[in-house]
Design a protein around this ligand. Structure first.
Ligand SMILES: [Zn+2]
Length: 143
C-alpha cells in the first residue's frame, strides 16, 4: 500500500503551531511567549510599585451608557481633551467604547488589581489580559 493519492499531511502547519507555543523554539529561543507578551502588549510598568508588569487591565464603557451613568465625567473629558472638544472612543462590535481605565500590574500586585477590577459597576466591561503561559513541551518517545 502506498500513501500516494492521500490528502497531504498537515505537518507543516502543525509544526508552526508547535513553534508558537514551544518555549525553546519560540523566536529561536531569544524570549519566551510571556516575555514577548510583556514587551509588546503590556509595555507599562506596575501601577503600584513600578516593577515589570505581567498583566494589563482595561475598563471600557459604552459611550451611550457612560453618558447615561456619568454625564459629568463625559463633560469633563470633552472639556479637558487636548485634542479638541470630543470623546476619544474605540470602535467595537458593541458600539463606540470609552476607555475609562488602563493599568498594568506586576505579579505581586496582580491579586489586588484583579480585586479592584472586580469592584467596577456592572455596566463597565473589564478586560483582563494575563497573556500566554510558558509551557515547556515534553517529548513523548515513539514506540
Ligand atoms: Zn507591583
Amino acid at each position: 500500500m502506498s500513501d500516494e493519492g492521500k490528502k497531504p499531511s498537515n505537518g507543516e502547519s502543525r509544526q508552526k503551531w508547535q513553534d508558537a507555543v514551544n518555549v525553546k523554539r519560540f523566536m529561536n529561543g531569544r524570549m519566551t511567549p510571556s516575555e514577548a507578551h510583556r514587551m509588546y502588549a503590556i509595555k507599562n510598568p506596575c501601577y503600584v510599585c513600578g516593577a515589570p508588569a505581567v498583566m494589563r487591565i482595561r475598563v471600557l464603557v459604552q459611550l451611550a451608557e457612560l453618558m447615561k451613568q456619568a454625564p459629568q465625567f463625559v463633560a469633563t473629558i470633552v472639556a479637558l481633551n487636548p485634542e479638541g472638544p470630543m470623546i476619544p472612543v474605540i470602535p467595537t462590535t458593541y458600539g463606540p467604547m470609552v476607555k475609562v481605565s488602563d493599568v498594568a500590574a506586576c505579579s505581586h500586585c496582580q491579586k489586588d488589581a484583579e480585586h479592584a477590577a472586580s469592584q467596577h459597576p456592572s455596566w463597565a466591561i473589564v478586560e483582563i489580559d494575563r497573556g500566554p503561559k510558558d509551557v515547556v513541551q515534553t517529548q513523548v518517545p515513539r514506540g
